[in-house]
Ligand binder design. Structure first.
Ligand code: NGQ
Ligand code: ZN
Length: 460
């Protein structure tokens, strides 16, 4: 359905327009954006419009365990013990359960202002590690949920071959993730077939990490994947991972990557927490996006990413909700800035200069980097891009007497009150008055799913 929308204020992603009109064609693409016009003949939408925020890193299944890993198993609770807990949670998860969990998660994402997600999906096989008859079954379940609720989706089926550096054998908890190159390409082909001609979907690949993908497998799959589509990889998240990589190869993980594969704009380096200054400069130069997940990185005790140096070098960033202990672009961006403040003993560190809005710089960076990493025409309100918009409730007391960049700063730095009123994806309104129309039924199915996961469900 073709729509012509009118907003009193609109942030395109790089500039503010007053009295703005957005024309969206019946495919959901933006045809024209104009400021200083009358609302005549338009659908007048109260509030302030922003580009929908891409969420570049998600492991949907982890939404089901939020809050269930917050007690120490002993003196050395860590990322690695958390990972064991996570593996136990997904040990019996079946396709129906994953579909119900991702539907709940994706509704929450939309209501929070995310309009697209990069789903880094590695739970491929059945609980015994046998491929489903449709090998991409699990990835296709997340696609079904995204379509059901109206969220844009970049499928990033994960390549996972080994349990650790040097091709170490996978552990029991990892057997559902494993593929060789042939198996992976079969899976990828099913995903591609399911998404052709879908303007809300794209396909990339995700070699899980240098721990899980040995060089030969990585190079084979990169070659077979071809020259189009995003490539995501977890890298240098934990100190131990850096040490193990050094022991294995003599190189730090980011250096290894830069020296062995052509890292460029197609790449998204997830976390990249522990980089030397040279690595930071080189990644910035490469044009790759660094996918930051500040809330998860805090939760897992990963360490600090040097955003000052990276952004200063012209580096590109985006945000992801990763382990889904928080579904909020606001909270990711706030934590990104607050981490730097706590570390640096100063304020407004990532704003980019005197009297510049910190919120605007962070949001602007996350929109552009998120769009690039998702490999879709999103991330701004501009002709040729998808009609993905978030409308903030300017009647909310927290946005009273705020204009332009003050609105962005207030959205990000005034707490967690839900300020998102409407969300439009591909020209279609999917959240109205802060609520997704299927919220209740999807939440009910999610509750039943959690119950079945706890009590032990029939495995399929
Ligand atoms: C994941 N998550 O794949 O879900 C990972 C943990 C790993 C994060 N790194 C497992 N945050 O890295 O081996
Ligand atoms: Zn991850």
């Amino acid at each position: 359905m073709r729509r012509t929308l009118f907003f009193d204020q609109l942030f395109t992603g790089w500039e503010w327009l007053r009295a703005a009109r957005v024309e969206i064609d019946d495919r959901g693409d933006i045809l024209a954006v104009d400021g200083g016009v009358t609302s005549e003949g338009c659908e007048k939408i109260p509030g302030c419009a922003l580009p929908g925020v891409p969420n570049l890193h998600s492991h949907a299944h982890q939404r089901a365990m939020a809050g269930l890993a917050e007690r120490s198993g002993g003196t050395a609770d860590s990322f690695w013990t958390w990972r064991e807990v996570m593996y136990r949670h997904l040990a019996s998860m079946n396709p129906e359960q994953l579909e119900a969990i991702s539907a709940q998660l994706y509704v929450e994402m939309l209501e929070a202002g995310y309009t697209a997600v990069g789903e880094f999906q590695y739970l491929h096989h059945d609980p015994q590690g046998r491929p489903y008859s449709q090998v991409a079954e699990m990835t296709l379940r997340t696609l079904a949920s995204a379509r059901r609720v109206g969220l844009g989706l970049t499928c990033l089926p994960v390549l996972y071959g080994h349990g650790g550096f040097g091709g170490a054998a996978a552990g029991n908890g990892q057997k559902r993730f494993l593929n060789d190159a042939d198996g992976f390409f079969r899976l990828l082909e099913e995903v591609r077939r399911a998404t052709v001609e879908d303007p809300e979907a794209a396909v990339g690949i995700a070699p899980h990490s240098l721990r899980a993908v040995a060089p030969e497998l990585l190079l084979d799959v990169l070659k077979g994947f071809g020259t189009v589509g995003p490539i995501h990889i977890h890298v240098a998240e934990q100190r131990q991972e850096v040490e193990d990589c050094l022991r294995w190869s003599g190189l730090r993980p980011v250096t290894w990557l830069l020296e062995h594969v052509p890292v460029d704009e197609r790449w998204c380096l997830i976390h990249a927490t522990h980089m030397t200054s040279e690595e930071t400069q080189a990644v910035a130069w490469s044009g790759a996006v660094v996918g930051l997940c500040p809330v998860t990185e805090a939760n897992l005790g990963d360490g600090f990413f040097d955003a000052v140096e990276f952004l200063g070098a012209g580096g590109r960033i985006g945000i992801g909700s990763d382990s889904h202990i928080s579904i909020s672009p606001v909270e990711e961006l706030r934590w990104l800035e607050y981490g730097q403040r706590l570390l640096g003993g100063a304020r407004n560190i990532l704003g980019g200069g005197a009297n510049r809005s910190t919120g605007r710089r962070l949001l602007g960076a996350a929109l552009a980097g998120g769009a690039q990493a998702c490999g879709r025409s999103i991330g701004a309100i501009a002709p040729g891009l998808r009609g993905d918009l978030v409308v903030l409730d300017t009647d909310h007391p927290l946005l009273a007497e705020r204009e332009e960049d003050e609105i962005l700063d207030s959205w990000i730095f005034s707490g967690n009150a839900p300020l998102v009123r409407d969300v439009i994806v591909g020209g279609r309104t999917v959240v109205e008055n802060g609520r997704h129309p299927q919220r209740e039924e999807i939440a009910a199915a999610f509750r039943r799913t959690l119950k079945s996961l706890r009590t032990g469900s029939p495995q399929s």
